[in-house]
Design a protein around this ligand. Sequence first.
Ligand code: HEC
Ligand code: HEC
Ligand code: HEC
Ligand code: HEC
Length: 186
Amino acid sequence: MKIHRPTSLLVLSILLLADDEAGKIMRPADKSSHKSGTVDIVATAPSGKLELDGKPLEVAQPFPNVFHGEMKVAPGAHSLVLKWEGGRKEVRFFSGPNAPAEFTAFQQHPPIAGIECTQCHELTARARFRFKGGCFDCHKTDGFEKVHTHPSGMLEECGMCHNAHGSTVKAHLLHTKETACKLCHQ
Ligand code: HEC
Ligand code: HEC
Ligand code: HEC
Ligand code: HEC
């Protein structure tokens, strides 16, 4: 059989891209430190499996294919791996005090105890887990336009630019402001 290389490579890279997007570790953030020794995990992948330092980790799935659990982790550096068919993600984090310089303090969001996932998420009629909004139950809309250059209706996919589960960087930004604006502005 004759294979057109460029085509098969293109198809392969599209498949790989699709796979790479299928699994996500929303928290903890990569290279984050957790002084209290308690780490809250949020992740998703189709039929995914989690491993802590190479050993299988049982974490509850409150929604289909969505992992969530809070746990005490022994002091020191750790690796959390999410595996699914055709993909893998890894984050490294530090538990306990005196984290080495390569780790930055994790700021969980919202920084309020007892906020449910359903503050911002819902299951659709077809059991798809999705973001529904809910940020402005706590944040003021006035002032949004000044910071964002656009009214909130135009930037309603907050997850384009923010990790709403927490992060190690200012304003929980996923990219620099410049890159974030370039998502739409060439
Ligand atoms: C303050 C609002 C907020 C809360 C609370 C919240 N999330 Fe999210 N979550 C988001 C946003 C925003 C996104 C990005 C949505 C997007 O890009 O489509 C997201 C994305 C996700 C994703 C990735 C979905 C995907 O397929 O890309 C998962 C999984 C997830 N959240 C799980 C949880 C779990 C579990 C909880 C509760 C422990 C939770 N979230 C609490 C706002 C929140
Ligand atoms: C295009 C990227 C982008 C999107 C989409 C986006 N933001 Fe932002 N957001 C930013 C940037 C950039 C900052 C400024 C960070 C800084 O202070 O340098 C910011 C700052 C914030 C802040 C801190 C504001 C302050 O007063 O300092 C909040 C709260 C916030 N965003 C909420 C939201 C909410 C809620 C949504 C969805 C409705 C959203 N953002 C969508 C890029 C975005
Ligand atoms: C249950 C209340 C609550 C909800 C819902 C909520 N936040 Fe927050 N958020 C807070 C609090 C409290 C803070 C810390 C105080 C502050 O900076 O305003 C904060 C901080 C932030 C910051 C960091 C501000 C900074 O200057 O570092 C961003 C960005 C942010 N939230 C975005 C969002 C986005 C996006 C959503 C929806 C996906 C959301 N928040 C939903 C309560 C909430
Ligand atoms: C979700 C896509 C999207 C994102 C992200 C986005 N913009 Fe825009 N922006 C638009 C669209 C569409 C227009 C043109 C429509 C309008 O003027 O309302 C526009 C118009 C503008 C304009 C008016 C001037 C012009 O070129 O027409 C400015 C200034 C601007 N954006 C700045 C920003 C900045 C700064 C950011 C990052 C904080 C950003 N935008 C992020 C979609 C986006």
